[in-house]
Design a protein around this ligand. Structure first.
Ligand code: LLP
Length: 388
C-alpha cells in the first residue's frame, strides 16, 4: 500500500484539517488480525486516546476490536461509536467517582486499577450500587522503554500502576472485598517503542511475577500487556504498516501464559498513526537572511507532538514539483515552539501550497486544543471529501 493524496479533492476543503486514509487503516487492521488469528485467547482493545474520531472508530469496530479507555469521556465516545460495553477496559491513574459510576452502570468489561485508594473507592461505589466490578491490577513493572521520557510509563518513578512490592498485599486485599472481582494483571511500559527487547523485558518480568503467584497458589484469567508499538515517522510512505509480526512474535515466544489465560493488548498509535495526515496551507514564505520560513495555517493546536516531545513528522508539499529548497515549517501560534520542523527539504513552496504533515493519525486530533481561540479542526475520510 502506498499512501495516495487526492490533491484536487483535498484542495476543496478549508485548511487545516486531518485527512484519514481509511483504506490504509483497513490494511493495517488486516495485518494486525493476521498476526492474532492463530491465537483464540488473544484480544485487542484499541487505545481510543490515540484517535476518537468516529471515522476511524467505525472500521476498528467492524474489525472486531475492543476499546481501552482512560476517561469517562472516552467510554462515552466508545459506546456512541457502537462498541459493546463488555469490550471496554478502563485504565487511568485518577478515575473520578462519576467515571467509576459510569463504568459500573454500563457494564464495562474491566477496571484497570492503579492504586489501593482507588480500589477502596471502586469497591465502595460498587457496593452502593449492589454490583461486583471486574478488575485487573495495573502493576508498575519497573521496566524501562527506549523512547521519549514523557511517554515512558513503566518505571517505578512514573505515577502509573501499583508498585510491584505491593502486588501481593493488594491481591490479598481484593480477596477481602466483596464488590470487586480480580480478573487479572495489567501492564503498559510506554509508547512509540521500536526496540522489541523492551517488550521482551516486560515478558520476562511478567513470567517472574507469575512464578511468584504460582508459589502462592494464585492464578488470574487475564494478562493485559498494554500497547506501545511504535511506527516509522521518518519513512511513513515506505513503511505504512508497523512491525506487527515482530511485536506479536515477542509475546508468542517470551510470555509464558498459564493454562486458560487470555492475553490482552491495547495498541493505539500502531493502528491509526499512519492513516492520518494534517493538511495545511502555506500562508506566507518569509525569506530571512539565514532562514526561510514556510508559515502554515496549522499549529501545535492541531499537532502538538513536535512541540511537546520534539517529535519528527515528515512533511511533503502536495502542490509543488519545483526543485527542493530548505525551510523551517512553522505555525501561526504565538509561541516559538510552534515549529513543525527545521531545515527540511520541501519542493519550493509558495503562498497557497498544500502541505501534508504525515503520521498524524495518532495523538493529533485527540490532543488538539483551542489555544489562541482557534477552532478545533475537522477530520475527513476521502469519501467525505468526494461527497461534497
Ligand atoms: N494502554 C495504556 C494504559 C496507555 O496509557 C496507552 C498510551 C496505550 C495503551 C496506547 O499506547 P500506544 O500503543 O498508542 O503507544 N501522546 C503521546 C503518547 C501517549 C501515550 C499514552 N498512553 C504521543 O503523542 O506520543
Amino acid at each position: 500500500m502506498t499512501q495516495t493524496f487526492p490533491v484536487d479533492a483535498l484542495k476543496t476543503k478549508a485548511t487545516p484539517y486531518y485527512y484519514y486514509n481509511i483504506q490504509l487503516l483497513k490494511e493495517t487492521l488486516t495485518a494486525l488480525k493476521k498476526e492474532m488469528s492463530s491465537h483464540d485467547n488473544y484480544y485487542m482493545h484499541y487505545a481510543i486516546k490515540a484517535n476518537a474520531n468516529p471515522i476511524v472508530l467505525k472500521p476498528i469496530r467492524e474489525a472486531g476490536l475492543g476499546i481501552d479507555c482512560v476517561s469517562g469521556g472516552e467510554i462515552e465516545a466508545a459506546l456512541k461509536a457502537g462498541f459493546p460495553a463488555e469490550s471496554i477496559m478502563f485504565a487511568g491513574v485518577g478515575k473520578a467517582d462519576w467515571e467509576i459510576e459510569l463504568g459500573i452502570d454500563c457494564g464495562i468489561r474491566c477496571f484497570n486499577v492503579e492504586s489501593i485508594p482507588e480500589l477502596e473507592v471502586l469497591n465502595e461505589i460498587a457496593h452502593r450500587k449492589g454490583k461486583v466490578a471486574d478488575i485487573c491490577l495495573r502493576i508498575n513493572p519497573n521496566v524501562g522503554a527506549h523512547t521519549h521520557a514523557n511517554i515512558t510509563t513503566g518505571l517505578s518513578e512514573n505515577k502509573f500502576g501499583i508498585d510491584m512490592a505491593h502486588m501481593f498485599d493488594v491481591i490479598h486485599r481484593t480477596e477481602q472485598m466483596s464488590n470487586v472481582n480480580l480478573l487479572g494483571l495489567h501492564f503498559h511500559i510506554g509508547s512509540q517503542i521500536l526496540d522489541m527487547n523492551d517488550f521482551v523485558a516486560l515478558c520476562k518480568r511478567i513470567n517472574e511475577l507469575q512464578d511468584q503467584m504460582d508459589a502462592q497458589g494464585i492464578r488470574v484469567k487475564i494478562i493485559d500487556v498494554g500497547g506501545g508499538l511504535g511506527v516509522d515517522y521518518d519513512n511513513p510512505l515506505k513503511n505504512p504498516i508497523p512491525a506487527m509480526k515482530e511485536f506479536f512474535d515477542v509475546y508468542n515466544k517470551h510470555l509464558k501464559l498459564r493454562e486458560g489465560q487470555e492475553l490482552h493488548f491495547e495498541l493505539g498509535r500502531a493502528i491509526v498513526a499512519q492513516c492520518g495526515s494534517l493538511i495545511t496551507k502555506v500562508l506566507y514564505v518569509k525569506d530571512n537572511t539565514n532562514k526561510k520560513f514556510a508559515i502554515v495555517d496549522a499549529g501545535f493546536t492541531e499537532l502538538i507532538r513536535p512541540a511537546l516531545y520534539g517529535a519528527h513528522h515528515k512533511i511533503i508539499n502536495l502542490t509543488s514539483n519545483e526543485p527542493l529548497d530548505t525551510y523551517d515549517v512553522v505555525g501561526p501560534i504565538c509561541e516559538s515552539s510552534d515549529t513543525f520542523d527545521t531545515d527540511i527539504q520541501l519542493n519550493a513552496a509558495k503562498r497557497g501550497d498544500l502541505l501534508a504533515i504525515l503520521s498524524a493519525g495518532a495523538y493529533g486530533e485527540s490532543m488538539a486544543s483551542c489555544y489562541n481561540c482557534r477552532k478545533l479542526p475537522k477530520g475527513y475520510a476521502l469519501e467525505d471529501i468526494m461527497a461534497d
